[in-house]
Design a binder for this molecule. Structure first.
Ligand SMILES: [Zn+2]
Length: 255
């Protein structure tokens, strides 16, 4: 069997979870042998960073997910240490290291305010890789016709470390046209129960958008290439959308 990422013949020993187990997914997996152990090993590195050093840790802690190793979710974003409840109760989370800089509209009188936590600083690349990986695997398993229609060379080269240029993504819930669900039937239902939503939209030959939403965090990217045309269109219509990694924002301004 050939690995769908590096096209090398493989006899993989490990089971590849399409959506990381540490998001709470147990059942949505790749057919054995479709992702080789080398690629799987590569993926676990960026997966760990994306899961524990980005805003995803807040959501995982908030939902009380059980990690792959059976523990509560723990992570670190900048100066903050975040942990889910040891008994996995949802909405019981601990945040350590808060300073006044983490608060917006802090009212000294009532001692209340909104907590602001950096989203993807230092984990931007890891997050883009994780979402690209989830995108290609879910399309392979649930939308085979779509998988066969495109080549995904840029994506594969990026995920197998043949190229290293960053891949742009947007945090936005805005849809330029109606997205369709990638998983079907019971897969879709079970993933929704785990707060995961996976959708796609075919825009043109060069643009196959994939949206991964976990809890309140929506991430959209193009599975075909790093082109920024769809980003410009979306940003023009959704002022809340934010483009990552940050240096792409400067590129857009300069043009
Ligand atoms: Zn491989």
């Amino acid at each position: 069997m050939k690995c769908i990422f590096c096209d090398i013949d493989t006899e993989a020993k490990s089971v590849e979870h399409i959506v990381s187990e540490s998001f709470g997914n147990k059942d949505y997996v790749m057919q054995k042998g479709k992702v080789c152990d080398t690629c799987n090993g590569r993926f676990s590195k960026f997966e760990d960073t994306a899961l524990t050093n980005s805003v995803f840790i807040m959501e995982r802690a908030r939902f009380g997910v059980v990690t792959k190793k059976g523990n509560n979710a723990k992570g670190k974003v900048n100066n903050l240490t975040i942990a889910g409840d040891k008994e996995f109760r949802p909405s019981y989370l601990t945040v350590k290291g808060l300073t006044l800089d983490n608060f917006e509209d802090f009212d000294h009188l009532t001692q209340t305010g909104h907590i602001v936590i950096a989203s993807f600083d230092k984990s931007e690349v890891a997050t883009s890789k994780l979402v690209l990986k989830i995108g290609l695997e879910s399309i392979y398993v649930s939308q085979r016709t779509l998988f066969k229609k495109y080549v995904f060379k840029e994506l594969k080269d990026f995920l197998t470390s043949k190229t290293n240029n960053d891949w742009p993504f947007l945090t936005t819930d805005f849809e330029i046209a109606k997205f369709c669900s990638v998983p079907r039937f019971s897969d879709k239902f079970r993933l929704k129960k785990n707060h995961c939503d996976l959708k796609y939209l075919e825009v043109d030959e060069q643009t196959l958008l994939f949206k991964f939403k976990y809890g309140a965090i929506p991430i959209t990217l193009n599975l075909i290439n790093r082109n920024l045309d769809w980003v410009k269109k979306t940003l023009a219509q959704d002022e809340k959308a934010i483009l990552y990694p940050e240096h792409f924002r400067n590129k857009l301004v300069k043009r």
